[in-house]
Design a protein around this ligand. Structure first.
Ligand SMILES: *Cc1c(COP(=O)(O)O)cnc(C)c1O
Length: 230
């Protein structure tokens, strides 16, 4: 059994290697430690290994762990499916939300973001695999949604996020990532003044393909913490 510190070092090395292969700097790829279903103690271990940004999917679980970790300067990202009745607590307790896929959620997050906090960073989740069961805005609706979201006062639209259908073949893994990268390029071209610097894509199983396609933020759970407890 590897320790969290050893796993963290392995994932950092994998990122460095993939970045080098792609002619990119590893400093341009943020590593988000996805701690869902892992206890606060594991988050402390990851912090000691160097992790600062943590991703959580379930609101109540995240709030419980945040309450146990107030002594650490952690940056919290909400990455799970978001319901409108949960937006207030997300707006109050997170710095980032990666899973915004409709205007109503963004509007509520903006309205409910406390005045004393900086604007909430958000990514629009795009349904790149076209499966009706998955959440995410359809690719054709990204642009109008992005334009509406950019007008909101307490939101900072940072980019796009995707969770493609699992694939083992690297070439197949790349297609949706290339598509998302192209969408961000188009948005940046249309809105050069916006701070659209984030492509949130790549998880434990498809990190190199995502980095080759231009990912700036990989979300890794299993690779850092090991298998999630049942
Ligand atoms: C769980 C999760 C991850 C991490 O998945 P691993 O395969 O454990 O690395 C990344 N992104 C999202 C949105 C997740 O829900």
């Amino acid at each position: 059994m590897l320790t969290i510190a050893e796993r963290w070092a392995q994932v950092r090395a994998e990122i460095a290697h993939a970045a080098r292969d792609a002619g990119r700097s590893e400093d341009d790829v943020m590593l988000l430690a996805v701690s869902k279903r892992h206890p606060a103690e594991s988050i402390r271990e990851a912090y000691d290994a160097g992790a600062r940004h943590f991703g959580e999917n379930y609101l109540q679980e995240a709030l419980d762990k945040q309450a146990q970790l107030t002594d650490l300067p952690l940056h919290w990202h909400f990455i799970g499916p978001l319901q409108s009745n949960k937006t207030r607590e997300v707006a109050e307790h997170f710095e980032w939300v990666h899973s915004v896929d409709r205007f109503k959620l963004a509007r509520r997050l903006s309205e409910q973001r406390p005045e004393h906090l900086p604007p909430l960073n958000i990514c629009l989740q795009v349904n790149v695999s076209g499966e009706s069961s998955k959440s995410g805005v359809s690719p054709t609706e990204v642009e109008p949604l992005a334009e509406a979201v950019m007008e909101l006062p307490h939101i900072r639209l940072r980019g796009l996020m995707c969770i493609p259908a699992p694939e083992t073949d690297v070439e197949r893994q790349r297609r949706p990532f290339d598509m998302l990268a192209e969408q961000l390029r188009m948005l940046r071209h249309q809105h050069p003044q916006a701070e659209l610097d984030t492509l949130s894509m790549g998880m434990s199983g498809d990190l190199p393909a995502a980095i080759a396609a231009g990912s700036t933020l990989v979300r890794v759970g299993t690779g850092i913490f090991g298998p999630r407890p049942a």
